[in-house]
Write a protein that binds this ligand. Structure first.
Ligand code: DX5
Ligand code: ZN
Length: 215
C-alpha cells in the first residue's frame, strides 16, 4: 500500500491545526514538514517550535525534511519537538554516517535525501543504515514546481539496490507529485508520495489523497 505524506508547506498557516486535522481524517499516512534555512535552499520555513506545536494535534508520524546547511546542529531540537522521521540531504552532510548516527541516538527514524542531479551512487554507502530514502523530484525550496522526469531512473536504481540487498528502506518521492506523475513514481518503485499543492490545493483532501494513492 502506497503511503501519502501531505507537505504542510502548501497548507494555510493561519489555520495550521485545522489543516493537519483535516489531512489526518482524510487518510494521510505521514505529515511531511519542510524545514528550510535560507542557505541550503533559498527559502525560510519551519523550525522546531512549529513541530512542537503540531505534535499534540495528530498521532500521524511527523516526517521532517531538513533542508539545512548544518543539520547536525538542529537534530536534537527537532527530535525533542516530536519528529518521528528526520531526513537529511546527502549534499549537506560532510560526515553522513555521523549525522545518521546522531539521529538514531535520539530514537528517531532516519532518512537520506538526494537532489534531482545527485547520482544515486552518493547514497549507496549509507543505505544499510537508513529507514527511508527521499528522492527529490524538484530542486528543493518551494512547493508547486514541475516534476523532473529523470529522477524516475534514480527511483528504479534505489528499488533494484534495495531488492538486491534485501534492505527495507522506504522510497519516498518529493516535488511535483500529482495523480499523473504519481503513477510513474509508483511504477518505478516509490512507496511514499509527498504532495503539497496536490493535496492542500484541493478543497476535498480525502479525494486528493485517494486519487494519489489509487492513481
Ligand atoms: C520542496 C519541498 C516539498 C514541497 C512539495 O522543497 O521539499 O515537500 O512542499 O510541494 P509540491 O508537492 O507542491 O511540489
Ligand atoms: Zn519536502
Amino acid at each position: 500500500m502506497i503511503k501519502i505524506a501531505p507537505s504542510i508547506l502548501s497548507a494555510d498557516f493561519a489555520r495550521l491545526g485545522e489543516e493537519i486535522r483535516d489531512i489526518d481524517s482524510a487518510g494521510a499516512d505521514y505529515v511531511h514538514i519542510d524545514a528550510m534555512d535560507g542557505h541550503f535552499v533559498p527559502n525560510l520555513t519551519i523550525g522546531p517550535m512549529i513541530v512542537e506545536a503540531i505534535r499534540p494535534i495528530t498521532k500521524l508520524p511527523l516526517d521532517v525534511h531538513l533542508m539545512l546547511s548544518n543539520p547536525d546542529q538542529y537534530i536534537a531540537d527537532f527530535a525533542k519537538a516530536g519528529a518521528d522521521i528526520i531526513s537529511v540531504h546527502v549534499e549537506a552532510c560532510t560526515h553522513l554516517h555521523r549525522t545518521i548516527q546522531l539521529i538514531k541516538e535520539h530514537g528517531v527514524r532516519t532518512g537520506v535525501v538526494l537532489n534531482p542531479a545527485t547520482p544515486v551512487q552518493h547514497v549507496l554507502p549509507i543505505l544499510q543504515e537508513v529507514d527511508l530514502v527521499l528522492q527529490m523530484s524538484v530542486n528543493p525550496g518551494f512547493g508547486g514546481q514541475q516534476f523532473i522526469p529523470s529522477v524516475l531512473n534514480n527511483i528504479k536504481e534505489l528499488k533494484a539496490y534495495k531488492e538486491k540487498n534485501q534492505y527495507t528502506y522506504e522510497i519516498e518521492v518529493d516535488g511535483g507529485v500529482n495523480p499523473e506523475t504519481a503513477k510513474a513514481c509508483v511504477e518505478a518503485g516509490a512507496t511514499v508520495l509527498v504532495a503539497g499543492s496536490a493535496v492542500f490545493g484541493k478543497s476535498d483532501r480525502s479525494e486528493a489523497i485517494e486519487s494519489l494513492r489509487s492513481r
